[in-house]
Write a protein that binds this ligand. Structure first.
Ligand code: S3P
Length: 164
């Protein structure tokens, strides 16, 4: 079983993924951690030294490197949908689930302690949100709203949805 979580920054992918993996008894892959390991730099440093294009290159490579992994929940970064080529690997034997939330919810959830180079200000983040919304919907097989739901509620909803 392979579950790929996609969705905008702040929808709850990184909070839901560990609980989901635990309940399903499978591994968790946090793609941003893999990217940091591969680059030997933090996310902040990757963006500072090579910009977004450098980050996207690492992200694309990691997508392909994990293509054959099974029994895992893969938590992707919010921008993984910016390159359709990432999905040639991500969709391999997997269920792709979009977690979504209203922009208001996202604003409340975004934790400024976690560096998010692409969440600069409200206005540019909203533009990115609107640009990406149709892309998450296009790539996902299952779509789940996380608005007003706890991590456990979302986790259980995912488990129900994959049983169908
Ligand atoms: C990004 C989202 C981040 C991280 C990077 C780029 C994006 O992950 O991959 O900062 O382009 O939306 P989260 O969605 O986990 O915040």
């Amino acid at each position: 079983m392979k579950i790929v979580l996609i969705g905008f920054m702040g929808v709850g992918k990184s909070s839901v993924a560990p609980q989901l993996a635990k309940k399903l008894g499978i591994n968790i892959i946090e793609m941003d951690d893999f990217i940091e390991k591969k680059a030997g730099k933090t996310l902040k440093e990757i963006f500072a030294s090579g910009g977004e294009s450098s980050f996207r290159k690492f992200e694309n490579e990691v997508c392909h490197e994990i293509a054959n992994i099974d029994n895992a929940v893969i938590s992707t970064g919010g921008g993984v949908v910016m390159n359709a080529n990432n999905f040639t690997s991500l969709k391999n034997n997997s269920t792709i689930i979009e977690l979504n939330a209203s922009f208001d919810t996202i604003l409340k959830r975004i934790n400024q302690k976690i560096p998010r180079p692409l969440f600069k200000d409200e206005e540019s983040a909203k533009k990115l949100y609107d640009l990406r919304k149709p892309l998450y919907e296009k790539f996902a097989q299952i779509k789940i709203s996380t608005d007003n739901k706890s991590v456990s509620e979302v986790t259980n909803e995912i488990i129900e949805s994959i049983k169908l």
